[in-house]
Ligand binder design. Structure first.
Ligand code: FAD
Length: 354
């Protein structure tokens, strides 16, 4: 099977759906291919207690406000899944799943997509595959000798999975702080929280709304040749969402400096101090999931691809959407992905219809 269309969107999470909304409005011929078997992208796989760091009204995709979740100022991940399922139905977005795109190749004036369900041929491609699928683990000596369990943020679900155990949580970002708070408030789990530098909590009254504003202000300053405002990083690393704030205020979130090695039974610091551990949870971030684009030979530093806006500099038929500030300010958030999605589709519409 070889299906011809104008545009293929790879990925049916929030970024792919935002692109779909704008493609629909422009009446372009398109499909969205998504590797998951149901709607919701990465939100289907997060830990049980995860809540958004912004209220519903500030977590919306273009065209449709996220409804509030009864009793929750900050909606949970299941609410986001419901919102995204409803969104794709409301706009009749042509999402085909489960289909994994294995490779994108140049094919004369078109791009050819090879998938586990046949081939597509498109005049333009929007890659919106997120980062959840490519966890990053740092190279720390002894990782292979540690006899306990090692998992990444992506593998964590709930404290009861570690009942009676001592767990080391590594990472001073939002995932590390939230998972540490989740475990710290569980009576039958021992916790050591380890961060590379002392944790930097944002002021308690700052949430995702301010992060979006900071990312947008930074992009504007850089575009206008003004001094770099530092963006989100200048504010801190950890949004003090209610469970994190509660654990911190109860004195349960005290971080240790990063250890230097894992041992068979735990971890060890430079001065020889050791801690026993049954499990280590690496909350050490993600990389963009771009392996399907490897045949195009565009890979640059840290796995990124050089872009102007969302368009790949060396392959103008390809746009990258939702991977982080390098593909649009706050583009890796629900509220932030709408604008770069709109701009990417405008660019594609000019190319396809021009
Ligand atoms: P994803 O949700 O990962 O969707 C990508 C889709 O592409 C998936 O369905 C995947 O299966 C599919 N895919 C991947 N590769 C292929 C392939 N080769 N072929 C076909 N399909 C493929 N943002 C906020 O706005 N508010 C928050 O509170 C917030 N909290 C977060 C908490 C955590 C722990 C994390 C990790 C992120 C958080 N984010 C938050 C950031 C962001 O909103 C989410 O990461 C979101 O899931 C990103 O959406 P996406 O569409 O870019 O990627």
């Amino acid at each position: 099977m070889n299906t011809l269309t104008d545009v293929v969107v790879i990925g049916g999470g929030q970024a792919g759906l935002a692109a779909g909304y704008h493609l629909r409005r422009r009446k372009l011929d398109f499909v969205i291919l998504d590797a998951q078997s149901s709607a919701g992208g990465a939100w289907q796989h997060t830990w049980d207690s995860l809540h958004l760091f912004s209220p519903a009204g500030f977590s919306s995709l273009p065209g449709r406000l996220m409804p509030a979740q009864p009793g929750q100022e900050y909606p949970d991940a299941a609410h986001v899944v419901d919102y995204l399922s409803d969104y794709e139905q409301r706009y009749s977005l042509p999402v085909h799943r489960p289909i994994t795109v294995r490779a994108v190749r140049r094919d004369g004036p078109r791009l050819r997509l090879e998938t586990d369900a046949g081939r597509w041929s498109a005049r333009a491609v929007i890659s919106a595959t997120g980062t959840w699928w490519r966890p990053f683990l740092p190279a720390v000596p002894g990782r292979e000798v540690f006899a306990g369990r090692q998992l990444h943020t992506t593998g964590y679900r709930r404290p009861s999975d570690f009942a009676g155990q001592h767990v080391i949580v590594v990472g001073g970002g939002n995932s590390g702080a939230q998972i540490a708070a989740d475990l710290a408030t569980s009576k039958d789990v021992g916790l050591t929280w380890v961060t590379q530098r002392p944790p930097r909590f944002l002021a308690d009254d700052i949430d995702g709304r301010a992060l979006f504003d900071a990312a947008t202000a930074r992009r504007r300053a850089l575009d206008e040749g003004l001094t770099d405002t530092g963006g989100v990083a200048s504010l801190g690393d950890i949004v003090a969402v209610p469970p994190v704030r509660a654990a911190r205020d109860a004195g349960l979130l005290k971080a240790q400096p990063m250890f230097t090695a894992l041992t068979e039974g735990g971890v060890q610091w430079a001065d020889g101090t050791r801690a026993q551990a049954d499990a280590v949870i690496w909350c050490t971030g993600f990389r963009p999931a771009l392996s399907h684009l490897a045949p195009l030979g565009l890979r640059g530093e840290r796995g990124h691809i050089a872009t102007q806006g969302t368009r790949a500099v060396d392959e103008p038929r390809l746009h990258l959407l939702g991977y982080g500030d390098w593909t649009g300010p706050a583009s890796a958030t629900l509220i932030g992905v709408g604008r770069p999605a709109r701009d990417a589709v405008a660019d594609i519409a000019a190319m396809v219809t021009g």
